[in-house]
Write a protein that binds this ligand. Structure first.
Ligand SMILES: [Zn+2]
Length: 142
């Protein structure tokens, strides 16, 4: 009885971490592709000089997990010039400027458009994630 419980637990933990690793791998691939496509600069300031440039999700990936891999929902932004402020203090002038730039880049109805995209996205299962990872790997090779 004890052994059985143990093996079920182990399997569950293992599959969660597989999923987590796959999501991290897709995050990385997508970052490489977006960097290649858009030039790698902070899109808020149109500058390569901004510090720690990385993908910033316009609608937070915690609250909108189905938009995590949506290019429309990803802006390349410096952490200290923009990303940090949009996360921690949306009223700060740096965050206000970042949101203004997002409106310029994505259109003023960007939230509605993202919500429409979100509604069409499936919940990610392992097959979806593995297929997406494979497709992105192929795309990065070409
Ligand atoms: Zn910047």
């Amino acid at each position: 009885m004890k052994i059985r419980t143990c093996s079920i637990k182990f399997r569950k933990i293992k599959s969660n971490s597989d999923r987590g690793q796959l999501i991290k791998s897709i995050d990385k691939l997508l970052f490489s592709i977006i960097k290649k496509e858009r030039g790698g600069q902070c899109e808020i300031h149109n500058s390569l000089l901004c510090d720690s440039i990385a993908p910033m999700h316009i609608l937070a990936k915690g609250e909108h997990p189905r938009l995590r891999f949506s290019r429309q929902n990803i802006i390349l932004a410096g952490w200290f010039c923009s990303h940090y402020w949009t996360h921690h203090n949306a009223d700060h002038p740096k965050a206000v400027y970042a949101f203004q730039r997002i409106r310029e880049l994505r259109g003023k109805n960007y939230k509605d458009e993202l919500a429409r995209t979100e509604a069409t996205m499936p919940k990610f299962n392992m097959i979806y994630l593995k297929t997406l990872e494979m497709a992105l790997k192929k795309q990065l090779e070409t």
